[in-house]
Each structure stands twice: as C-alpha cells, then as structure tokens.
Ligand binder design. Sequence first.
Ligand code: FES
Ligand code: FES
Length: 197
Amino acid sequence: MAPAPSSTTSAVTLHINGEKHQLTVDHRTTLLDALRERLDLTGTKKGCDQGQCGACTVLVDGRRAVSCLNLAVAAEGREITTIEGMAEGDRLHPVQQAFLDLDGYQCGYCTPGQICSAIAVIEEHAAGWPSAATDDVRPEAGPPPLTPDEIRERMSGNLCRCGAYVSIVQAVTRAAEAHEAAARDDDHAPTAEGAAA
Ligand code: FES
Ligand code: FES
C-alpha cells in the first residue's frame, strides 16, 4: 500500500498514456523519476537530468516537456504521453516507423525523446507556429516549408551524441510529409452532405 501523504509527500493521480496511476510522491520527485523509478516506464531516458539534452522529453497536454525539469506533483490532471504510448497496438506511430526505416538512431538512447519531440514539432508546424529559423513570421505568410533548417532548429533541444542527425532530419521530413498528405486527404474526404447531393 502506498504510504499516506505527509508534510513532504502528496498523493497524486497521473494520467499517462490513457491510464490513471495513483501514487504518493515526495514533493521533490521529478516527473522523469516518477515515470522511471515508480511506474517502470523506462522508455523515457535520463541523460543530463538538467534540462539540457532532451532525452527525457515527453508530451504534456500534447506539448513537449523535459520531464527532468517538471515535478510529478505539477503533472496531476495533465495528459502525459510517453514513448510507450505512441504506437497503436502493433502499429508504430508514423514518426517511429520513419526513424526505423531511415536509421534515425545509432545507440538509441536519445531516440524516445527525439521521437516525442518530432511528433510535437510536426503538430506545431502544421498549426502554423514559426521558429527562430522562420524568415517570415507574419501570420498571413502561413506555415513555412518544413525545410531541414526548420527541422534542425525545432529539434535543437534534443541532442544525439552518436550524431545520427542526418537520418533524424530525414525521418522527421518523411513523417511530416505523410502527416500533411493525411491532412489533405481529410480535407478532400467526401462529407455526408456531399455524398447525399
Ligand atoms: S535528462 Fe532531461 S533534458 Fe537531459
Ligand atoms: S542514437 Fe545514440 S545518442 Fe542518439
């Protein structure tokens, strides 16, 4: 049974990959340590533990976050997605598949964080968010092309000490193109009204 909360601990409910987890944590416990040490979700990796390498990146309410700099108690009520929650059954997430197909990893240690970041990067770009590499940031200019420079800038918080960057950029490019094609297909899909006309 989990220990009762005290002046230095709190009971929290964490929503992770669609499941609720109840645990009592020391207030200083990071989300990263709660995931790895308490919930055995070891897909999320600890690199620097200082917010500098991106290895521990997860999605919190769909936005990327370095879990080593977030406290578990602050994650209560948020939707957390880790690398374990990306695939649908046996079907990998398109970003995972692209990393696999294009060798976007060598040792693989940074890969879960890279994949979490890439998934959010593709969504951020599709939503029209500019980056520091975007030339024209006026809203009417629309989303910039997701060029290698844009991908490098947007993924710059994730370090890969093996230097698999070339393949990572290729994998993100491929997954982004698939995402855009799927969005176009959705736009052109016949509606119930259109089908009845
Ligand atoms: S372990 Fe969190 S950024 Fe490096
Ligand atoms: S694949 Fe080894 S650190 Fe990135």
